[in-house]
Each structure stands twice: as C-alpha cells, then as structure tokens.
Design a protein around this ligand. Structure first.
Ligand code: ZN
Length: 282
C-alpha cells in the first residue's frame, strides 16, 4: 500500500541512533515522507537527511511558533536549551533552493503556554502572528504550500488566513490547495472554513483513539484529506506509548478507511494523490 506521511520529525534526536533504518522500514513498505523543520537547524538537518536518498524523502523548512522564544524542553530523556530564533528569509531561501524542499513549515500559531506571564504573553502572541504572516508570504513568493500548526489559536488563525487569502487571492493557486492544517484539532465547522479558503487538513494517530473527528472524516471532501504521523509524537493504536515513525501512518489510513467504510487501499490512493498534488511531487 503506497502512502505518504506528510509530516514527521525524523530530524529530532529521538531518531539519532536509527534514522536510516527508520527511513528504510518505511520506504520498503511503500511509504514516502515529508520531514518537517521547526527552526533553521532542524530544517537544514531535514534537508541533509533527504539528500541521502534518491527518492521518497522530502522536506519542509520553516520556523515553528514555539521556536520564537528561549525555552527548555525535554528531549529524548534529557533537558535541552533552545535559543529563540528570528525569521530570516535569506537563510531559509538558501535551503529552499534544493528540489527536495516541497513546503514551508511548520509555521503557525501556538497559544498553549500555561506558565506564560500575562504582560509579555500578548506581545509574544503578536510576534507569532507577525512571523507566521511573514512565512506565508515567503511560501507564496517561492510558490510552495504551507504546512500550518495551530494549537489553541483557532480564532486568530482563521482571521489571519482569511485576511491573507483576501489580500493575495490573485496569486494563490486555485487548481490545488495552497496549504494544510496539520494534525487537525478543530471542529467540523472550522474545517469547512479552511476548505473554503482553499486549504486541506491532515490527520494523525489521534483518530485511532479519539472519535472526535469521525463525523468530519465521513463527510469531508476526498480531495482535502491527508495523513501524517507527526512522528515521534501522536503514535497510533496499537502502538500508543511507543515512539512513532512513518511506517505507522498505515494505521491512520486504516482507521480512516474503517470510519468511511471503504478499503484502506482506497484511502491510500486518495491521500497519496492529494499529497502529490499539494507538494507537486513527480
Ligand atoms: Zn510537527
């Protein structure tokens, strides 16, 4: 079964000991993948990995909203310090020159910050919106689709994307989507707003253990549906609790097929065609 995992982070330290085995396991099973950056360093790393392969490994470069601030994060069992990055289009453009780069991402808004001090938080959110818009414009300039992250920011996201669409209506493609809401977490109503704006949505292993999106999955148009792992996170049943990897995207497709009452092969065919169209893969 041919599938494309449209969003994974094989460029993270979770895979440092077995990156090539992980990629081979997927490719041998007919699964291609897009490795997604969250800052300059991980974007560059994704490109270095993809360039080792003849086919089937693609890259998205971009600056994630969480990468705009200094932070301490748990990473592969230890705590790692990350320095805030400012978006610099020039250095990302150097990466985007490579044909393996098929998208700008992941970019977006992330308002989940339980410990944020309120006086600086409004400023931080404003900065997220500014940098997100800069990167949407960057993607448009390069003719690349955007891979969009949204956590607890759906109102601002919808406003921002609607304004962007209105401003650049003439320049955005009409024959294919111009971006994807990755790991879609919104409700049905919101999904339809995104479809009307010309965007697709993508599902992770979440759909294998939550029924929240079943109704949307049954009703949504075929041509806006994508699948992803978001590996190492969002591991599908029956592997929850373990590290996720692109091979397991087949469980996401199988669950969607069950919900829709069609064969997994049918979902594989639909989502692969959609990924090829979005990322303009040969
Ligand atoms: Zn991600």
């Amino acid at each position: 079964m041919k599938l494309i995992d449209t969003h994974c982070h094989l460029n993270m330290p979770y895979f440092k000991d077995d990156i090539d085995e992980t990629i081979h396991r997927a490719l041998n099973a007919g699964i291609e993948m897009v490795i997604v950056g969250v800052d300059y360093k991980t974007s560059k790393k994704a490109l270095e990995i993809a360039n080792r392969y003849q086919n089937g490994v693609y890259v998205a470069v971009g600056l994630h909203p969480e990468s705009l601030e200094d932070r301490l994060e748990h990473e592969n069992g230890s705590k790692a310090y990350f320095k805030a990055e400012e978006f610099n289009a020039d250095i990302y453009q150097q990466l985007a020159k490579f044909p393996r780069v098929v998208a700008v991402g992941e970019i977006g808004l992330d308002y989940f910050r339980p410990d944020a001090a309120s006086d600086t938080w409004e400023e931080a959110k404003k900065k997220q919106r500014r940098v997100f818009l800069q990167q949407l414009e960057f993607a448009l300039q390069l003719g690349l689709p955007a891979i969009i992250h949204c956590r607890q920011a759906h109102d601002d996201m919808l406003t921002l994307l609607t304004n962007f669409k209105n401003k650049y209506r003439q320049l955005l493609p009409t024959e294919r989507p111009w971006g994807v809401l990755h790991c879609f977490s919104g409700d049905e109503n919101l999904a339809w707003h995104y479809f009307n704006l010309g965007l697709s949505i993508s599902f992770t292993g979440l759909v294998t253990f939550s029924k929240n999106w079943d109704s949307l999955i049954r009703k949504m148009p075929d041509d806006r549906l994508l699948v992803e792992t978001d590996a190492p996170f969002m591991t599908p049943e029956p592997y929850r609790g373990k590290r996720n990897e692109p091979l397991l995207v087949s469980y996401v497709a199988k669950r969607i097929a069950e919900i829709r009452g069609v064969s997994p092969e049918r979902i594989a065919a639909i989502t692969t065609a959609n990924a090829k169209q979005l990322f303009r893969l040969g």
